[in-house]
Design a protein around this ligand. Structure first.
Ligand code: NDP
Length: 282
């Protein structure tokens, strides 16, 4: 009987890495689909990123994720970028294609994939809270998915204005920046509201973005990027007002499904991956 003890490798480079649950989700999918692949969660300091990428190349890794603080810095160590990663200016998924390491960004694609289970974003107007890395990815992918108008609400004007300009110049959508100085009322006619700030993230789970909950209308879809905890105070408030909601676990699963497709070619079972995350009891 012949054996093959050489497992195809994927993984993640981040700092800190210990609280990242992606390994549980991806390895659950590998097991479920009978793939002998592995996902290695690695703590990589900023000054070691180049060596880590060289190591992945040397060992023939099929691909890997990059998380905080490597999403922009990793670009210098890659051979090319996918279209939306180029617009976003950040990479979270690296794919080995024909011996080249290509950077993709699945944060926003995963978000849109999860959102599509609830509504088609095309033709809607959206409000994006935040202008950091997650907000950039989400806003660009919403624009590429056909959202017509985005309002970027952020404390830092510089980051908010930069993101609004990026959307208007590089995508078919129009975007404006709105300062976040006091409670923000969601404008009537908004179809999609996204919290892409870090507000509500464990351990500060009682925190909620400073928006007027009474401005949430039942025909709005409210989404949260925070996956820990999945049922944020914002989503609870939105549900209480009759809005449909999309949680951060859906975004995390969505980007995992897309990453697995890039690496292995399979359409992974999103429910198995979501259950693997729920089993962690975040
Ligand atoms: P960044 O540090 O790049 O950006 C943080 C953003 O949050 C900025 O816009 C910042 O505003 C804003 N912010 C922070 N604190 C406050 C506050 N008190 N009030 C208003 N705005 C605030 O982080 P990322 O964009 O990388 O990540 C943001 C969150 O997205 C993370 O908490 C993470 O959990 C989540 N995320 C989820 C993913 C998923 O798959 N579910 C994937 C990636 C991220 P300012 O510019 O003014 O400082």
């Amino acid at each position: 009987m012949s054996h093959d003890f050489l497992q195809p490798l994927t993984g993640s480079f981040a700092c800190p890495a210990a609280e990242n649950p992606t390994v549980a989700m991806i390895e659950a999918a590998f097991r479920h689909h009978g793939l002998p692949w592995r996902y290695i969660n690695c703590e990589v300091a900023p000054e070691d990123l180049g060596a880590a990428v060289a190591g992945a190349r040397a060992m023939g890794w099929r691909g890997f994720n990059c998380s905080i603080p490597h999403k922009v810095a990793v670009i210098d160590h890659l051979d090319g970028l996918g279209d939306s990663a180029r617009i976003i200016g950040a990479v979270n998924t690296i794919v080995a294609r024909d011996g080249k390491l290509i950077g993709e960004n699945t944060d926003g694609k995963g978000f849109v994939r999860a959102l599509r289970q609830i509504c088609d974003p095309a033709g809607h107007r959206a409000v994006v809270l935040g202008a950091g890395g997650a907000a950039r990815a989400v806003a660009v992918e919403l624009a590429l998915a056909g959202v017509t108008h985005l309002t970027i609400v952020n404390r830092s004007a510089a980051r908010g204005e930069t993101l609004a300009r990026l959307i208007t110049e590089k995508t078919p959508a129009e975007a404006v920046y709105h300062p976040w100085d006091g409670t923000f009322a969601i404008p009537a006619g908004t179809g999609i509201v996204v919290n892409a700030t870090s507000v509500g993230l464990y351990p500060d789970v009682e925190a909620t973005p400073d928006i007027d909950h009474d401005s949430l209308q039942p025909d709005m879809v409210v989404a949260d990027g925070i996956h820990n905890p999945p049922r944020t105070r914002l989503l609870q408030a939105a549900q209480a007002r009759g809005c449909r909601t999309a949680d951060g676990l859906g975004m995390l699963v969505g980007q995992g499904v897309i990453g697995l497709k890039y690496w292995t070619g399979i359409d992974a079972d999103a429910e198995v991956m979501r259950q693997a995350l729920l089993d962690l009891d975040l």
